[in-house]
Design a protein around this ligand. Structure first.
Ligand SMILES: [Zn+2]
Length: 82
């Protein structure tokens, strides 16, 4: 089985720039490659897009920030426990 080129934590840290089109072509491809192999980050991206789509109807505290923080915490604790 192929291993992701980037780790989940790197994906989450780059995904905002990716959605804004702010990444270089190389970085963008790396992120998109990670999405193909990682269902967790695919789920995260879906949540992020849903949060972005409803942002006009939501109060300022969109759920994406809390989700991102929770994911980063979870990924870091996974890594630290190895
Ligand atoms: Zn991932």
């Amino acid at each position: 089985m192929r291993q992701p080129v980037v780790r989940c934590v790197e994906f989450v840290e780059s995904v905002t720039e990716w959605t804004e089109g702010a990444l270089s072509d190389d970085d963008r491809l790396t992120i998109e490659e990670h999405l193909v192999v990682c269902p967790h980050c695919t789920d995260y991206l879906v949540q992020l897009r849903l949060a972005t789509e409803v942002v006009h109807e939501q109060p300022p505290e969109a759920p994406a920030t809390a989700t991102r923080t929770a994911l980063l915490t979870a990924f870091r604790s996974q890594r630290d426990s190895r």
